[in-house]
Design a protein around this ligand. Structure first.
Ligand code: SF4
Length: 313
């Protein structure tokens, strides 16, 4: 099998994808446009998904936000002064970034692109907050700029989505990804491993289902318990096992071996601010974990997709 990445890398890295696509280093500028989510604003709930930090998110937060052009300008200046970066991706990251009316979405997306050096738009959202009109808008923007829709899949199992109080089912995920892919958009799936509702076999079986979704990229996170989430109350009252660093490293290696090698890896470990994290508190930093994943794959003489074709036969 011809791999779409150098074997020494062991998996299909996002940085290499960006360099090949844009010819140089590209950095994301994270934007907060003051969105909310249907699981927060009362439409489907008020406390957010079970694992989400539910810090108050009201008028006060919105009032203090910089405008999108101000956030872009600040981000570009900072990146240029610190690293001489000249190409940027506008990343609508906070909450559900398609959860508003079309006119407002068009306005803020276009505002973010209106700066020299901006080569793409990344938009994080939920499967139930995408519709034809939004896809048409993104398809139009995608004619002149790279557009990636980051969709929160989180689990392929309805029992987990229900437990996590996501407010949507997996069929909605399938349909939203299909809509985006049919429109020619780049799709990155956000996926969480470690829900107490799934055993190891179910987690690894989910890779086949993810392969069939035909996503372009994936972000993998371990389940962590953060303060001010509903899960914190559940966990502290009745703790359940979470992954240790070593378990995570082995699981990710097994996961990658099954994953289609053409899926670009945007993330292999979750991030939580240390002042909000309750558990698991790992001693290794992110870079050390990534190095160990790479070393473990090398020791196994393995790589992303090693078992992908074999398992399709
Ligand atoms: S997990 Fe995502 S969709 Fe759920 S409440 Fe938090 S930001 Fe919103």
């Amino acid at each position: 099998m011809k791999l779409p990445f150098p074997i020494a890398d062991r998996y299909n890295r996002f940085n290499r994808f960006l360099r090949e696509k844009f010819g140089e280093k590209v950095y994301r500028i994270c934007l907060d446009a003051g969105f909310t989510c249907p699981t927060r604003d009362g439409t489907l709930g008020t406390k957010g998904c079970v694992y989400c930090n539910n810090t108050s998110f009201g008028e006060e937060h919105r009032k203090n936000l910089l405008t999108i052009p101000q956030q872009m300008e600040t981000g570009i200046t900072r990146l240029y002064e610190k690293r001489k970066i000249k190409k940027y991706l506008a990343y609508f990251q906070s909450y559900t970034n398609t959860y508003s009316n079309l006119k407002y979405l068009e306005k803020i997306y276009k505002e973010s692109l209106n700066f020299p050096g901006v080569v793409g738009l990344l938009i994080g959202t939920r499967p139930d907050c995408i519709n034809n009109k939004i896809i048409n808008l993104l398809q139009e923007l995608n004619k002149s700029i790279f557009v990636s829709l980051e969709i929160g899949i989180e689990s392929v199992y309805d029992k987990t989505l229900k437990w996590a109080e996501r407010g949507h089912n997996f069929e909605q995920t399938i349909q939203s990804i299909k809509m985006a892919k049919d429109a020619g958009l780049h799709v990155c799936g956000h996926y969480i491993l470690g829900f107490p509702t799934e055993n190891r076999h179910e987690i690894l079986s989910s890779v086949d289902i993810l392969n069939n979704l035909k996503i372009d990229a994936i972000k993998l996170h371990h389940l962590h318990i953060v303060k001010k989430s509903k899960l914190a109350e559940i966990y502290l009252a009745d703790p359940f096992p979470l992954f240790s660093e070593q378990e995570w490293i082995y699981l990710i290696c097994d996961f990658l071996e099954r994953l289609n090698p053409s899926i670009v890896i945007q993330r292999l470990v979750g991030d939580a601010k240390s002042d909000t994290l309750i558990s698991p508190k790992w001693k290794l930093g992110k870079t050390q974990i990534l190095n160990r994943i790479q070393a473990t794959l090398a020791e196994r003489n393995s790589y992303q997709g090693k078992n992908y074709n074999e398992r399709l036969k």
